[in-house]
Design a protein around this ligand. Structure first.
Ligand SMILES: Nc1ncnc2c1ncn2[C@@H]1O[C@H](COP(=O)(O)OP(=O)(O)OP(=O)(O)O)[C@@H](O)[C@H]1O
Ligand SMILES: O=P(O)(O)OC[C@H]1O[C@H](OP(=O)(O)OP(=O)(O)O)[C@H](O)[C@@H]1O
Ligand SMILES: O=C(O)c1cccnc1
Length: 497
């Protein structure tokens, strides 16, 4: 079984919801399959009540699209599918169409490590309706998860105030691919290393770790266990001190630290994995300092998240390194990001682009229509507002008004004089060909760090963050309203509120 990232190098076209294939078939039957369309992938609310979200997953998306094809065994499987009355679900002509299908879309996307906000298209796909449609499910799967975990990691690292965070999640992650993708996204979000060795190999992420209680328990005494570990790894000793009695454990670590020093080596640190982490870390710090080990680091683990880390820092805990597993890689308090992928525009046979809107009872579910672009305005290296506007809008204007699509009382005038402007959507594929030079994982992580610094700390606050201004440029806002009005009224029936 292919379980690693190699999976993404093979054909994954069947990794989609069945309804995408039935729609694709129906588009084909009705002659609409090649009609050009634009779909946007965006989310409506930050996860974790955060004030920001960190985009991740584009690298997987690129692999997915580059390998987007139906292999013979995929086609054989689809050919054998039957409807309830026993007839083939898909005609052979459609199977033939899929056999010849070559990825031909344009894709623009925000780069990984970019701080993003609700309603911004993170990915914009332009191409034949059938291809755009088939991409919905896998693109959401990829971007939703990695963006969610990168955001969680950024929050945890923000709480850790510059101290290292190690990702320890593999054993409790959502399956094998969930674990690998989570390790990657956690590194992008700011973690220093992962315990997941395969993630290290596949993505080039630093790998690190300490040892488990079982190591200690396999010896007759803790002291013996520490000594034996020091023999094996004289330069990498981080002793887990809480197997029997944390304070005695610290004393044993110090004793072995002295032996190491006699041999010209240094104790790297200790790890505490239970009990009151503020209380024990402070006692351990005092013991280590008094014994002449002021540089020995204290690692803490045990069901940590951004809130417990914040509390421990407020309590003046003496913790230098945070080991975080379950609550990071499972995004424990919000296990999914709700990004959606919606048709925004479609081209008529005359070549004219028509914006499309989905009208919903809930204002938040009404998508932003039209072929869009996104601009980020900033001043002196600080982001001030994001504007979503229609492609071709003149960004050289002196002034813009942006309106929140859900709450138009939230609006902002942007005087563009003295502001820098960046277009957030970068070309990734043109007519199916990759045009984007992929940064490596370390460059992505650095971009994320720089991008996060770009935003005022009030937006990064963990609880009740200040809302960063993002809005629709006035004419796009009006277009959306007029389309909603038109769609609500065009059947001549009385409307329900
Ligand atoms: N001083 C502290 N302030 C706030 N939270 C803490 C503090 N010390 C530990 N915690 C957190 O409290 C929780 C303690 O959980 P729990 O009672 O299950 O652990 P434990 O009994 O000490 O250890 P074990 O994992 O062996 O059960 C963990 O999430 C831990 O990170
Ligand atoms: O708590 P997390 O954030 O998920 O971090 C990873 C946990 O995994 C290990 O625990 P282990 O599997 O040995 O279980 P235990 O310590 O909870 O008994 C380690 O000692 C951490 O406590
Ligand atoms: O290396 C460690 O300390 C580690 C690794 C996985 C889970 N918990 C701890």
């Amino acid at each position: 079984m292919k379980i690693t990232r190699d999976l993404y190098q093979g054909s994954l076209a069947l990794l989609t919801d069945f309804y995408q294939l039935t729609m694709a078939y129906a588009y084909w039957k009705s002659g609409k399959g090649e009609q050009q369309a634009v779909f946007n992938l965006s989310f409506r609310k930050h996860p974790f009540q955060s004030g920001f979200t960190l985009a991740a997953g584009l690298d997987y998306l690129i692999d997915f699209c580059r390998n987007f094809r139906f292999d013979e065994d995929d086609l054989a499987y689809l050919s054998e599918m039957k409807t309830k009355d026993g007839n083939p679900t898909f005609e052979t002509g459609f199977i033939e169409y899929l056999r010849k299908l070559e990825f031909a879309c344009d894709i623009e996307a925000v780069e990984e490590g970019t701080v993003v906000f609700p309603h911004i298209p993170l990915v914009k796909v332009t191409g034949p309706l059938i291809q755009c449609q088939l991409l919905e499910t896998p693109l959401l799967n990829i971007i939703n998860f990695q963006t969610l975990i990168a955001t969680k990691a950024a929050r945890i690292c923000f709480a850790a105030q510059g101290k290292s965070v190690l990702e320890f999640g593999l054993r409790r992650a959502q399956g094998i691919d969930g674990a690998l993708a989570a390790s990657r996204a956690s590194y992008i979000g700011g973690c220093s290393a992962t315990s997941n060795v395969m993630a290290g190999k596949l993505f080039g992420i630093p790998v690190s770790g300490t040892h488990a209680h079982s190591w200690i328990m396999s010896f007759d005494s803790e002291l013996e266990a520490f000594k034996a570990y020091a023999e094996a790894f004289p330069d990498h000793c981080v002793f887990l001190v809480d197997t029997y009695d944390t304070i005695k454990g610290v004393a044993n670590a110090i004793e072995v630290g002295r032996i190491l020093r006699e041999k010209g080596r240094e104790l790297v640190g200790i790890r505490i994995d239970s009990g009151d982490l503020a209380y024990y870390s402070n006692i351990a710090r005092e013991m280590l300092d008094q014994a002449g080990f002021p540089n020995a680091k204290i690692v803490a683990s045990n069901d940590l998240d951004e809130h417990i880390i914040t509390s421990l820092i407020v309590q003046d805990a003496s913790i230098d390194v945070w080991g975080v597993g379950t609550k990071l890689v499972t995004a424990f308090d919000q296990p999914a990001l709700g990004a959606v992928y919606k048709l925004a525009a479609i081209q008529t046979s005359e070549g004219k682009w028509e914006p499309r809107v989905k009208v919903s009872q809930q204002a938040i579910k009404i998508n932003v229509p039209g072929r869009q672009q996104v601009f980020r305005f900033s001043k002196n290296g600080r982001a001030v507002a994001d504007m979503i506007c229609l492609e071709g809008s003149d960004v050289g204007r002196d002034q813009f008004t942006i309106l929140d699509p859900i709450d138009p009382t939230r609006m902002k005038k942007i005087n563009t004089k003295g502001l820098e402007v960046e277009s957030l959507l970068k070309p990734i594929f043109q007519k199916g060909q990759k045009v984007y030079e992929r940064p490596n994982i370390h460059e992505i992580k650095q971009k994320a760090q720089r991008n996060l610094e770009y935003f005022d700390k009030t937006h990064k606050r963990l609880v009740n963050p200040h809302i960063y201004p993002v809005g629709l440029e006035e004419s796009l806002y009006q277009l959306r309203n007029s389309l909603v009005f038109k769609m609500k009224n065009n059947d001549g029936e009385e409307n329900h509120i």
